[in-house]
Design a protein around this ligand. Structure first.
Ligand SMILES: *Cc1c(COP(=O)(O)O)cnc(C)c1O
Length: 390
């Protein structure tokens, strides 16, 4: 009897993540596993840290890839900066902001919520009022809310945080490596991301960065950090010069992350942001010329994740099923409050390309036609193409 290893289909990934991976990153995954205490491996980790500083635009010494997906980065930031009774201001305008709230409550922080409408960013005026009314230790925000496709404008928020001396904890899971993010210029104290979205590596690692002030706050807590695994002071004894064993770091995943970061360096951050923006604008132009509607107002649209309204009378799950079966194309469903109402189309990292934009437009046009929903594909491709070859 033969045992065949299961074969995964080769998909085109255009959902909220994971996304397609560059062939060079796949090749890096095949490098030999080495020990997590091997001096040669420490050199690789140093390069990962150095390049993560470049994408976060920070000089923060404590900048690592924590083990686990984006959520582990979230947990690392929340668990290190919040302890029981800490007054924290949590801004929620989507699914992931709410996940931060849940984590803050589990740390028994004293949570004040600013709850905004899904599809809108957090209103700086409400932040200003909250900061006037009470002294907070930390404010948390989601830079790129993947559940809605909103990019949070940061200028007013970081100014208010600075004026009030409150630490800023930012979710950059769908922004790092895809849109402008300046950890130092913005005065961020803790930020986390993941390997599998705009960075372009497989899932499994969470880039994090902590300011000196945040590290000091973690070191001088009244209560020990409740997560041993994600205690940044312990993790830093491994990533930093002490090189003390903490956990068995995945060499394979770190090779892939490093290769993805080298690709970012070769492309250049600004070029990369421009590519993401251009492909997003081409997708939006195409979608709208076809007769479909975007969920988010132009000024708040996130270039890396596009939310498109499901037309009336269309079975949205059937569309996704058809795209997957017929074209091997994965797009995302609506999440939480937007379940059934939108599709989420990711244009991140290696997946943010002209050919993917055009492929998506024709594939969805066909998927809708099958359900009797007519769109104008030639107008859509024309509108999109005129931006793509500009
Ligand atoms: C994807 C995502 C997360 C969670 O990351 P996982 O890798 O799924 O754990 C957190 N926040 C935002 C904004 C995300 O898009």
């Amino acid at each position: 009897m033969a045992f065949n290893s299961p074969e995964a289909p080769l998909r085109k990934l255009m959902g909220p993540g994971p996304l397609d991976i560059h062939p060079r990153v796949y090749r890096a995954l095949m490098s030999p596993v080495i020990g997590h205490m091997d001096p040669a491996y420490f050199k690789i980790l140093d390069q990962v840290a150095e390049r993560l500083r470049q994408v976060f635009q920070t000089q923060n010494k404590v900048t690592h890839a924590t083990p686990g997906t984006g959520t582990s980065g979230m947990e690392a930031c929340v668990a290190n900066l919040m302890e029981p009774g800490d007054p924290v201001l949590v801004c929620v305008h989507g699914y992931f902001g709410d996940r931060v709230r849940q984590m803050a409550e589990r740390q028994e922080a004293e949570v004040t919520l600013i709850e905004g409408e899904w599809g809108q960013p957090t209103d700086p005026q409400r932040v200003e009022e909250a900061l006037k009314a009470k002294a907070y230790k930390v404010i948390t925000l989601v830079h790129a809310e993947t559940s809605t496709g909103v990019l949070q404008p940061m200028d007013d928020i970081v100014r208010l945080a600075k004026e009030n001396g409150v630490m800023v904890l930012l979710d950059t899971v769908t922004s790092l490596g895809g849109v402008e993010l300046k950890a130092d210029a913005w005065g961020l104290d803790a930020a986390y991301s993941c390997s599998q979205k705009c960075i372009g590596a497989p899932p499994g690692l969470a880039p994090v960065t902590f300011s000196d002030r945040a590290v000091e706050a973690a070191r001088s807590r009244k209560h020990p950090i409740r997560s041993w695994y994600l205690d940044i002071t312990l993790l830093d004894q491994y990533w930093g010069s002490a090189r003390m064993y903490h956990h068995t770091s995945s060499s394979t995943l770190n090779y892939a992350l490093l290769e993805a970061l080298l690709l970012i360096e070769e492309e250049g951050l600004q070029n990369r942001f421009e590519r993401h923006l251009k492909n997003h604008q081409a997708l939006v132009a195409g979608v709208e010329a076809m007769g479909l509607k975007m969920l988010i107002k132009p000024e708040y649209r996130l270039p890396t994740l596009n939310t498109i309204r499901v037309p009336d009378g269309v079975d949205e799950a059937r569309v996704r099923g058809y795209l997957l079966e017929t074209f091997n194309l994965e797009i995302g469903a609506g999440l939480g409050a937007l379940k059934g109402q939108v599709w989420r189309v990711g244009l991140m990292g290696y997946s943010s390309s002209a050919e993917n934009v055009l492929f998506f437009l024709s594939a969805i046009s066909r998927a809708l036609a099958i359900q009797g929903c007519k769109t104008d594909l030639s107008a859509g491709s024309e509108a999109s193409m005129s931006l793509l070859d500009a």
